[in-house]
Design a protein around this ligand. Structure first.
Ligand code: ADP
Ligand code: GN1
Ligand code: MG
Length: 372
């Protein structure tokens, strides 16, 4: 992240930590924010915290992000307590700055916030055991259910049109046309693949616009490394990365988890022979998500789950390719061509889902019946 340790320490000191700060280190594999682990020594042992620079190029109004996060976490703390859970561990806790603000702007214009570190839990970058994926589905479904009566009007739209696939498609076409990096000629196959699927980009947006599926308060970034799995029980203990909690569709939340977790390879795997949609994992997640939502999903939503998986994967391919064409300014990259590799895995997943469409629909039908 190219930031020197002393600078991060100086920023950590602006927050209400317990004890004396001993160390800071870069942490996690998020594509958007800069994340650090802060370790403090207190009289009763070590206390750890997550310190994050909010990417304000992407989240243009960091204070609104923090209002959403505070609203949602406080609401969840109440719900979890009502349900007999442990609000200390099962949701995020914002650690305020010493001046009580939920985030602090630095002289260089960057915005920082702090959370309590969730101990004895892991965020996985790939599914190791199908059971973990099932548990993550239960937890994401449950998260959705708990937020069912959250006052959606109070939420700021932290990234406008975040999962508006039609607008993502339009932005992509513009990037192809402008071709500022002169990269379009080298990716004609990928561009064609996307242009041929314009109709799919409308599938969920049109259902929402027609009121055929409900607008819900959703997480919108449900990849596996945005959930902490308890090291002892294996349960999905806490949903993290709440920056994009906004009104949206459960189909996108379901689909995004499949896109990432049911993929047989890494999101940036250059060898496409390793990429496919694992139907066993698709089934496991479908069961867990329907169950976790506790009967809240409508019949249309359940029927459209395979479409949720396909559309969000296509949307993600569109977003990665747009970023590649525009010069890799949105997603963090560690090597040249990484966004193109990411694009290709998404498009391979879409193609594989199209080939397995009948089986995906059958799996959803069977899981839907289990619920009824
Ligand atoms: P990004 O928006 O960049 O994805 P995240 O908020 O997802 O940032 O954080 C990146 C990683 O940091 C997560 O995948 C997780 O491993 C870790 N992390 C974030 N918040 C916490 C927390 N409160 N406790 C433990 N680990 C956390
Ligand atoms: C980003 O922040 P992170 O790494 O959890 C992105 C998601 C993408 C994902 C692709 C705010 O998620 O929308 O699906 O990368 N988050 C934002 O891996 O754009
Ligand atoms: Mg994340």
């Amino acid at each position: 992240m190219g930031r020197d340790e002393r600078e991060v320490l100086r920023i950590a000191e602006q927050f209400e930590t317990e004890g004396i700060i001993e160390s800071v280190s870069a942490h996690g594999n998020g594509h958007i924010n800069d994340t650090y682990l802060v370790t403090c020594r207190a009289s009763d042992g070590y206390k750890r915290y997550i310190l994050q620079r909010i990417n304000h190029e992407i989240f243009k109004k960091p204070r609104e992000v923090m209002e959403n996060v505070l609203g949602v976490t406080e609401f969840l703390q109440g719900k979890i307590a009502e349900n007999g859970g442990d609000p200390e561990r099962e949701t995020m806790h914002v650690v305020p700055a010493k001046d009580k603000a939920p985030c602090r702007k630095q002289e260089d214009g960057t915005y920082w916030r702090m959370y309590r570190f969730i101990e004895n839990a892991t965020s996985y970058d790939a599914v190791k055991e199908p059971k973990d994926f099932y548990e993550s589905a239960l937890a994401f479904g449950h998260f959705q259910k708990m937020l069912a009566d959250y006052p959606a009007k109070e939420l700021f739209e932290t990234i406008p049109d975040f999962h508006n696939t039609v607008k993502r498609f339009d932005a992509f076409k513009k990037a192809v046309k402008e071709d500022v990096m002169h990269r379009a000629a080298g990716v004609q196959g990928e561009i064609r693949f996307i242009l041929d699927r314009e109709k799919d980009c409308h599938a969920i947006c049109d259902l929402l616009a027609a009121g055929e599926i409900p607008l819900r308060v959703t997480h919108n970034d449900t990849k596996l490394n945005n959930i902490m799995i308890d090291n002892e029980t294996g349960k999905g203990i806490c949903i993290i990365d709440l920056d994009t909690v906004m009104p949206g569709s459960a189909l996108y939340d379901f689909g995004d988890a499949i896109r990432f977790g049911a993929c047989t390879g890494a999101e940036d795997e250059p060898d496409l022979s390793k990429i496919s949609c694992d139907l066993e994992l698709f089934e496991v997640y479908t069961k867990g998500y329907i169950e976790g939502c506790g009967g809240a999903l409508t019949q249309t939503e359940i029927r459209m789950l395979p479409m949720g998986a396909k559309v969000i994967t296509l949307e993600q391919g569109i977003r990665f390719l747009t970023d590649y064409l525009e010069g890799d300014h949105y997603y963090k990259t560690e090597r040249p061509g990484q966004n193109l590799d990411r694009t290709r895995t998404q498009l391979k997943m879409v193609k594989d889902m199209e080939e397995k469409w009948g089986e995906m629909e059958r799996i959803v039908e069977n899981c839907g019946e289990i619920r009824a």
